[in-house]
Design a protein around this ligand. Structure first.
Ligand code: FAD
Ligand code: PHB
Length: 390
């Protein structure tokens, strides 16, 4: 069976789903293919903090109703370093633009529901996705679904939105894209606990044992992260050890951390990776398929949705009048923001993690925190990068 569409989208994460919606609104057809089940992608725990410009983009396209209704505005973030506390505001004042706390899986569920309700085509649990004809004008995506039925989709362009373990990038000939990366020798153990937050605002804390983060979800559920070694086995982290480390690493005089049952745990290694350019012929890479940022800056999903905004506008222009200029500029247009996010995320990672035992490095780390404590301008710069204000 062969179907035809204008844009074949591989991956129903934030990048692929937002792209599909924006294209539909511009009158461009697409088909979305997803290797996991609907239940799986709607419950996969990932990001929780969304930049204001991302919310505005979703709002402009009528995709943020539930996010506006249920998300919590977030007006500042707290940094703790060896007992010192510093709140950095960003959602206040003349140009105040709040971030929003809203779980990624809820946004994904909203986008899927709106897409299917509007008659959009989305196939879950597809297997053996393979691309052909990328260097000609008519690429074809072949895949299997429903336990073995083979299908093909012929399209004009392919959007590789299949995340960091996807298959699209593997179809680019060697040498046509360059991967630039930096190893980061740490990982985050993430947990979800059934307990209301002990803070109104996200806390990033540095302690002798390493980083701990108190993030937010709902009034009944909180998200926490602990710095661990890459590949750390979860068995080494029974719940009582997790709470003991969170208590130690987040401690601050006069502040208490409430504990509750932990119902989800995972370990995510940290990486900084960028693939350049983000396009080869008819294949465009978006989001985690093209770049991975350390989670410290909360940038990954925002970048993924940003890529979708840039590509949708370029495809709409090309489909409307044949002008390929924006398509040709897609990669450069995205990479400026991507590299700035990499730089900030790595800087922030080095600020709040135990990166080294070298006393010289650790004194430099303290000096970075001193600058933030001392300088309103330094805090403003942090806020601009963190909240995505420029
Ligand atoms: P994904 O969400 O990975 O979606 C890709 C989709 O493609 C998946 O559904 C996958 O199943 C599917 N797929 C894969 N292979 C195939 C295939 N062969 N065929 C079909 N489908 C396929 N970002 C933020 O902005 N804010 C945060 O607060 C934040 N916190 C984070 C915390 C942690 C611990 C981690 C690990 C990440 C965090 N991120 C955060 C990053 C964010 O979750 C990702 O950057 C985001 O999911 C990227 O979206 P995407 O659409 O590019 O990729
Ligand atoms: C989250 O809410 O999961 C979250 C928030 C901020 C980060 C990373 C993750 O930097």
């Amino acid at each position: 069976m062969r179907a035809r569409t204008q844009v074949g989208i591989v991956g129903a994460g934030p990048a692929g789903l937002v792209l599909a919606h924006l294209l539909r609104q511009a009158g461009v057809s697409s088909v979305v293919l997803e290797s996991r089940s609907r239940e799986y992608v709607e419950s996969r725990v990932r990001a929780g903090l969304i930049e204001n410009r991302t919310v505005e983009l979703l709002d402009r396209h009528g995709l943020a109703d539930r996010l506006r209704e249920r998300g919590m505005p977030h007006l500042g973030t707290e940094l703790r370093s060896f007992g010192r506390r510093l709140r950095i505001p960003y959602g206040e004042g003349a140009d105040g633009r709040a971030m929003v706390v809203y779980p990624q899986q809820d946004l994904v569920a909203d986008l899927i529901r709106l897409w299917l309700d509007g008659g959009g085509e989305l196939h879950f649990e597809v297997e053996d996705v393979s691309l052909a004809g990328l260097d000609g004008g008519r690429p074809v995506i072949s895949y299997r679904y429903g336990g073995g039925v083979s299908r093909e989709v012929e399209c004009d362009l392919v959007a590789g939105c299949d995340g960091s373990h996807g298959v699209c990038r593997g179809h680019v000939p060697e040498g046509a894209m360059t991967e630039l990366s930096q190893d980061i020798p740490i990982a985050w153990l993430g947990v979800l606990a059934r307990i209301g937050p002990s803070t109104d605002e996200i806390i990033y804390s540095l302690h002798e044992h390493g980083f701990a983060g108190h993030m937010l979800r709902t009034s009944e559920v909180s998200r926490f992260y602990l710095q661990v070694r890459p590949g750390e086995p979860l068995e080494e982290w029974p719940d009582d050890r997790i709470w003991a480390e969170l208590q130690a690493r987040l401690q601050s005089p006069g502040w208490t951390l409430a504990e509750g049952p932990i119902f989800q745990k995972n370990v995510a290694d940290m990486r900084s990776v960028v693939v350049e350019p983000m396009r080869w012929r008819s294949l465009f890479l978006l989001g985690d398929a093209a770049h991975i940022v350390p989670p410290t800056g909360a940038k990954g999903m925002n970048l993924a949705i940003g890529d979708a905004g840039v590509l949708a506008a370029a495809i709409a222009e090309w489909c409307a009048g044949g002008d390929a200029r924006q398509l040709d500029e897609y990669s450069d247009a995205c990479l400026t923001r991507v590299w700035r996010a990499q730089e900030f995320s790595l800087w922030m990672t080095a600020l709040v993690h135990r990166m080294s035992d070298d006393p010289h490095q650790r004194r430099l780390q303290r000096a970075r925190f001193d600058s933030l404590m001392a300088s309103p301008a330094a805090r403003r710069t942090f806020a601009e990068s963190y909240a995505g204000l420029n």
